[in-house]
Design a protein around this ligand. Structure first.
Ligand code: S3P
Length: 424
């Protein structure tokens, strides 16, 4: 797909439902007694993979344009699927479902696409094995396909080396099936949607600092879940609104959970004009975001904020390329093991567009302020790479071609249509 420089960016946009919360609603609804209704569910390929997996595990899930209805069967209601579970491109599906499958009285094999088969699974295999699960990588490379043989599980206190909500959630979900309390301590707090939603469904879960603790065998009850707009999807419009001269846009109903809102803090620290309107603190907090074109300056992004903006770093790179001065990103080695190696891919293609950017061991250094020009970009089948370069293209001279652009169906199927509407 070809993209051009934007001379105009105005209007309102409502981004689709949060991907992390949509996945969890399907999973926890499947493990609850009774019906769970999900509003504003993200109809992206990743969340559809989660629905498909739970249907294959015996759960009836109705997916209509109005809502999703999950007819949960309780903690012990799943049955052995025929054949192999396919988690598609979704790391969240793969890792969280592994925690659930570790506690089932049957054996399952699961795998996903080429990207999933390269992503590290030792980070969940180790703690789940410590709990007593029999989990192995079929090719012996610590990646999917995984074979998981459920077993009686023991409560453990796991100290995770990475701040990863997928790891934390896999362990907490296995903890539902353990014989005692299960605790996870992370180096820095990662997104806490599992903790919030598990409690909402009736789990006995306590969070204190960077430790979450769950008691086994709760009665989970089906609930109504209203999924807020995904701040990770809003990030592309935040960046576009800040970068395109004269831009002013309103992004409606965006989730602003403090474990996810690093993009707002960073954009404001760079000098971005973002106003939060209609802030609502019921359940997962939300707000409308009013974003105006701003002159940005470089900053250092490191430490505890990194997990709260990990998925937004590619588009933050684009903002940094357009900011005056130097932006340094540290403590973000996790970028190497996302849907693509996002350090390599961002450095390669932002360089191709004329940006002075260098890779470091755990991030990148960007000398901002050079004008960008169009280039040919390969998405590496990574949705966040495709969307980040669609935003870079709005401020680049000449045309930008993004190959593999349709990968946005993973998290934001209407992304290009929404962007086109705002730029016309
Ligand atoms: C997610 C957690 C993060 C994030 C991913 C979604 C989740 O991954 O990058 O897009 O829904 O729990 P990690 O837990 O691997 O950091």
């Amino acid at each position: 797909m070809i993209f051009h420089k934007a001379h105009h960016l105005k209007g309102e946009v409502t981004v689709p439902g949060d991907k992390s919360i949509s996945h969890r609603a399907v999973m926890f609804g499947s493990l609850a007694e009774g019906t769970t209704e999900v509003l504003n569910f993200l109809q992206g390929a990743d969340c559809l993979s989660t629905i498909d997996c739970f249907r294959r595990l015996g759960i009836s899930i109705e997916n209509t344009p109005d809502h999703i209805l999950i007819h949960g069967k309780g903690l012990h209601g799943l049955h052995k699927p025929d054949g192999i579970l396919d988690t598609g491109n979704s790391g969240t599906t793969t890792r969280l479902i592994s925690g659930i499958l570790a506690g089932q009285p049957f054996e399952t094999t699961l795998t996903g696409d080429a990207s999933i088969q390269k992503r590290p699974m030792r980070r969940i295999m180790e703690p789940l094995s410590m709990m007593g699960a029999d989990i192995s990588s079929l090719r012996g490379n610590d990646c999917a396909p995984l074979r998981i043989k459920g077993a009686p599980l023991h409560g453990i206190h796991y100290h995770s080396k990475v701040a990863s909500a997928q790891v934390k959630s896999a362990i907490l979900l296995a903890g539902l099936y353990a014989d005692d309390i299960t605790r996870v301590t992370e180096p820095v707090i990662s997104r806490n949607h599992s903790e919030i939603m598990l409690k909402y469904f009736g789990a006995d879960l306590q969070s204190e600092g960077t430790t979450a603790a769950i008691s086994p065998n709760p009665a989970l009850h089906g609930q109504k879940v209203c999924v807020p707009g995904d701040i990770s999807s809003a990030a592309y419009f935040i960046a576009a609104g800040l970068l395109v001269p004269g831009a002013e846009i309103l992004i409606r109903n965006v989730g602003i959970n403090p474990t996810r809102d690093g993009i707002l803090k960073v954009a404001q620290a760079m000098g971005g004009d973002i106003t939060l309107l209609n802030v609502n603190h019921d359940g997962e907090p939300t707000a409308d975001l009013l974003v105006k074109h701003s002159t940005l300056h470089g900053i250092t992004i490191e430490g505890a904020i990194i997990p709260a903006l990990i998925d937004e770093l590619p588009v933050i790179n684009v903002m940094a390329a357009c900011a005056e001065g130097t932006t340094i990103i540290r403590d973000a080695a996790e970028l190497k093991v996302k849907e693509s190696n996002r350090i390599d891919v961002m450095v390669r293609y932002l360089s191709a567009m004329g940006c002075a950017i260098t890779a470091t061991e755990d991030g990148m250094i960007i000398e901002g302020g050079r004008s960008l020009h169009g280039a040919v970009i390969d998405s590496h089948m990574d949705h966040r790479i495709a969307m980040s370069f669609a935003i870079a293209a709005l401020v680049a001279d000449g045309d930008t071609e993004i190959r593999g652009s349709d990968v946005v169906t993973i998290s934001y199927p209407d992304f290009y249509a929404d962007l086109a509407r705002l730029t016309h």
